[in-house]
Design a protein. Sequence first.
Length: 360
Amino acid sequence: MIRAILRSISFLFISLGQTAIVPLPSSTGPCDVTLHASELVDMSRTDPYDPRGGQRSIMVTTFTPVNCGSVHSTSYIPNATARYEDESFQSSGIPLGTFESLHIQTQTQQQPPHFRPHGDYPVVLFSPAVSTSRLMYTLLLQEIASNGFAVVSVDHPYDADIVEYPNGRTVLGVLANITTETEFVSALNVRVKDMLFLLDQMHDEKVIRNLFPLSQGSSHLLSLDRVTILGHSLGGATAAQTMLVDNRFVGGINLDGSLWGPVVEKGLSSPFLLFGHTNHTQASESSWAIFWSHLRGWKLELELAQSEHYTFSDFPVLVDALSVSDEVRQFIQAARIGTIGGLRAKDVITSYTIATLHIS
């Protein structure tokens, strides 16, 4: 799915030139936000997809709300990921080096060493769609964090199209073409273990110092009794299933994902939001209808007008920022992101997400 979007907009990159800089909108909440990428290795688990049988190792990005500091720009896509996209689209006529030389940047906040966040932030864990990098949700998650939530996004190795580690190693995805229920449930179960491992790690003060450098070891940075889980597509199914197997989560949000696994029939007692694109509702999605009937706590179903599946990502904002031609825009809108518009989509999605997080 993402391939179709990127293939369409990548032709624009040629005309932008090798030194193009495309500024992206900053967050609008009352807090500034710092971003930090980290690797976490689960020494107790062998990666089921790794042909060498290594330990499962996930990449995460933490979004920490802070209240002061100077503006700092950071690359939207790191080097190895850019090289991977270059090679992927070379067959479409895109010159090698196009993605590497394109400096798409997002505004974050770099704090002075003496700064301490206020702390006691509710926590939000995020899981992306299949074959989709966590980086493709940076703007959405930064917006949530700017409203006072500590957000942690996860890349599921061999599931995301590419995962880039701090030492330069990369892992490519192998799940882009899964179609059967057995395949989805298998991928879901691996993701659930990733999310539970992450939550366990967040109770370790040494890990917190690594994930949230500005905490300076403060045990009061996070409010770990208020952890919500959020996801897009299979990430939304991951949110629901993870809540079923671990009651430490106080609520969950599914952004436009079909549901899989035992949670569909068993339901949940904690608050849960189902947020679908146009015509993706209980009426059109049987897993939603069954799940809804078994929800025992606060629940809400929303349908986003003029939207498509990847409206629930950064792609609408990216397309708007790149000023693509009307012909390309219409194709992408019809196929993947809808006509609601990037900033409007981000505003609506994050507004309802934040409201749900306050309920949880």
